[in-house]
Design a protein around this ligand. Sequence first.
Ligand code: ATP
Length: 438
Amino acid sequence: MSSPSPELFDRIVNLTKRRGFVYPSAEIYGGFRSTYDYGPVGVLLLRNVKDAWWRSMVQLRGDVVGLDASILSPPQVWEASGHLANFTDPLVDCTTCHQRFRLDKLEDPERCPNCGAVGAFTEPRQFNLMFKTQAGPVEDAAAVAYLRPETAQGMFINFKNVVDTTRVRPPFGIAQIGKSFRNEITPGQFVFRTREFEQMEMEYFVPPADAQRWYEYWCTERYQWYLDLGIPEDLLRLRPHESDELSHYSSGTSDVEFLFPWGWDELEGIANRGDYDLTQHAEHSGERLEWYDQAANERWVPHVIEPAAGATRTAMAFLMAAYDEEEVRGETRVVLRFHPRIAPYKVAVLPLSKKPELSGPAQELVAELRRSFVCDYDETQSIGRRYRRQDELGTPYCVTYDFDSLTDGAVTVRERDSMEQERVPLADLAGVLHERLA
Ligand code: ATP
């Protein structure tokens, strides 16, 4: 498997619009640059990505608890975290065409990628990426608030609350999924880099002496998560940062990278953040943010390992890895080979005809299956076209209810990848689907 070419990438983006995964936002008003809305199918895909993350990071573990912190936050949080001073990108303007670029993302720092002018850039300026707004009716300095640029600070500022109100003890984690906002200078590449996006982050608090071991543990765990959900190994790598890429407080960071059409790019960063965050918030807030080990009568500031992933970006990687085209009887079949856990719909119920004698029992069947699986139901067009449509949605199983079903009490189950069909008695259907979709 290789990374899709730019033309293939365009076809994938086209499919996402055509099948209701992703729409450009405010399209009836001409669109709003680099913002997207997740349609009826995309919302299922995105939810499955987030659910898979939550299941592996929280549900299946005894040492991680959840949080949902507010998006609006006061300047003090960002003062302490360092974002007000440092969350900046170097920005240059082209004096010929007046376009703006992020200096560190330019292929050639001398040449304008828009008009080709050489040596026409202004000196770089540092541009803060946070969205500033005001809370309340008065527009003065006291009303300034920020939309969070990451979910992580919610975990640090609630460290004391979580320790005081639950039974956690290090090593333990606090996990959160939610929207973050960054005024990116050069958004683009579809939903890869947008100004509004969703993150899945976890802060894992450990005894200082164990930090390196836990950092290595989380690098392995997180890399494996993508493989387990069907991203092929040759499209995925774990890349340790060079020492000049590391932030001053981090003693180790690795990125999980995916091979996008434009090359390797980040899906997730795993960082050993030391005691930087808790220490900063303790200093700025005056609260003690530390662990008291009663048995040893010792106080210490936990070190933090942070796996920080993007939900929207990861959903896009799953889409790209799943996309496949093949020749079937002289026609191109487009199929999304999603892992069952990621597939938007798990099962589609398709009555062979929309005559009430078939659609009636087929609707009863889908109502029953919906109790266990996210299902689609479709009775329009020929059965062949309906199969193709489900292939493009990535639905693992189609269940066809035909005239024989009325007498033999069985249905045809078609598997997406092999297109093989088999007859399954209705009484066994739910069990068979449960087993295969597990
Ligand atoms: P990049 O270098 O791509 O700007 P980053 O290193 O600043 O990303 P982090 O702050 O580590 O990103 O955020 C963690 C994750 O959040 C990223 O790995 C990515 O998946 C996601 N993310 C960050 N910025 C964006 C964005 N503008 N649009 C979509 N996802 C994003």
